[in-house]
Design a protein around this ligand. Structure first.
Ligand SMILES: Nc1ncnc2c1ncn2[C@@H]1O[C@H](COP(=O)(O)OP(=O)(O)OP(=O)(O)O)[C@@H](O)[C@H]1O
Ligand SMILES: [Mg+2]
Length: 383
């Protein structure tokens, strides 16, 4: 009997499993109005970062003193700081509107495309806090200047201050979630922009930011390594796949029943990656023996899903990952298996490690990070 429907979108509320200690810590710290502490969530692709962020937002929604704005940098389609500013203003003001704290009926998006003179009149007639009205006007003036091709370097800085202005005016705390944060490094002068945000963030006392991303290297460059802009400004949290216990919890919630041996086998083959647990559920409903479930999934979905991942690799990388999947674990073994000098393998490994496709098991030994991908590769190689 199925209890909960499997989801391939972020899991929130009744769909959300595990990670209790971390969720509690985030919610507690962010709900504290005196605290300005923010977080940096990082972890592999599809491990559940967005779900963590959305569940945190969902739990904080009960709190009237804390307003949470969510923005994914994937939505900044043209990768420009101007669009980023607009999206940021939109996310923050909309979050306040939804809580009834900004008495503006019009959607902020529509307001942005209204002529400045009209907006001025409009705001005057509203019972809107002066500082908020002034801020909105300022934002639109910047937009206007930008549209006329003028310099607008202050625009981003002021846009990022929207949370602070609204929080001050309404005696609340504003949480700004920036999902897929590493995308910002693709903007023109991206790192410069990150530094500016950091400087600005230090001056804000009524906001907290939470950033997240999966690209290890960029997360390090912007937040984790010494000398990076957000170093020691945000508490880093590594989001790991489910533990075996959480995998069990997952099946209990979604299926209503579990068999410990099956949990163990499923955990072993998926590595506890939430996405796979959902995806397998979606395509097999977990009916049948665990071996047939795994094989049905890998045969039906794997040839599409993993094949696409595999095709993103270069020819040499393909050989290396296949060799790892078959059990080679160090440079010498891989080199021998693929008939290449160890120096060649050594040249390709760093990229694979950086992209989290391969991980170091111990000194000099490696394995594929994704257990199910590894299983598929091994099966494919034996065909
Ligand atoms: N705590 C959870 N409970 C149940 N399912 C989860 C949980 N976390 C993630 N999932 C599931 O895993 C999949 C990936 O989740 P999510 O999109 O949150 O991951 P992500 O790390 O943000 O991925 P990406 O790297 O693609 O942005 C989704 O199908 C989601 O429903
Ligand atoms: Mg995500």
């Amino acid at each position: 009997m199925e209890h909960t429907d499997f989801v391939l979108t972020p899991a929130i509320g009744k769909n959300f499993v595990g990670r209790r200690a971390l969720i509690d810590e985030l919610v507690k710290e962010l709900a504290d109005r005196r605290s300005h502490i923010g977080f940096c969530l990082y972890g592999r692709r599809r491990v559940g970062k967005t779900s963590m962020l959305m569940e945190t937002k969902h739990l904080l929604a009960k709190n009237d003193n804390v307003i949470v704005a969510y923005l994914s940098l994937y939505d900044v389609a043209d990768l420009s700081s101007a669009t980023f500013s607009e999206e940021l203003i939109n996310a923050v003001i909309t979050a306040y509107q939804e809580k009834g704290l900004v008495p503006l009926k019009m959607r902020i998006r529509d307001l942005i495309s209204t002529p400045l003179s009209v907006v001025g009149e409009l705001l005057k007639n509203l019972k809107i806090e002066t500082t908020i009205a002034e801020h909105i006007k300022l934002m639109l003036e910047y937009k206007d200047a930008r549209d006329k091709g003028k310099n607008y370097s202050d625009y981003v800085r002021q846009a990022f201050n929207t949370g602070q202005v609204l929080a001050n005016a309404t005696r609340t705390k504003c949480i700004i979630i920036l999902d897929e944060f590493p995308e910002i490094t693709k903007f023109e002068n991206g790192l410069q922009l990150v530094k500016m945000l950091r400087t600005q963030y230090e001056l804000q006392d009524k906001t907290a930011i939470v950033i997240s991303g999966s690209i290890k290297k960029t997360i390090e460059v912007v937040a984790l390594s010494e000398g990076s802009p957000f170093y020691k400004q945000l508490i880093p949290k590594h989001i790991l796949p489910f533990t075996e216990k959480e995998t069990e919890e997952f099946l209990k919630l979604y299926l209503g029943k579990v068999d410990k041996n099956e949990v163990h086998r499923l955990y072993g083959v998926t590595g506890g990656l939430p996405f796979y647990l959902q995806f397998i559920g979606r395509s097999t409903k977990y009916s049948g023996s665990i071996e047939s479930i795994i094989n049905t999934f890998v045969d039906q979905e794997g040839d599409l899903f993993f094949h696409a991942e595999f095709e993103k690799l270069s020819e040499k990388e393909k050989l290396i990952v296949t060799s790892l999947a078959k059990g080679a674990s160090n440079l010498t073994e891989i080199a021998k298996d693929i008939n290449e000098p160890t120096t060649t393998v050594g040249r390709y490994l760093p990229t694979l490690l950086n992209e989290d496709i391969v991980e170091k098991e111990s000194r000099g030994t490696y394995l594929l990070s994704d257990k199910l991908f590894s299983y598929w590769l091994k099966k494919r190689a034996a065909r």
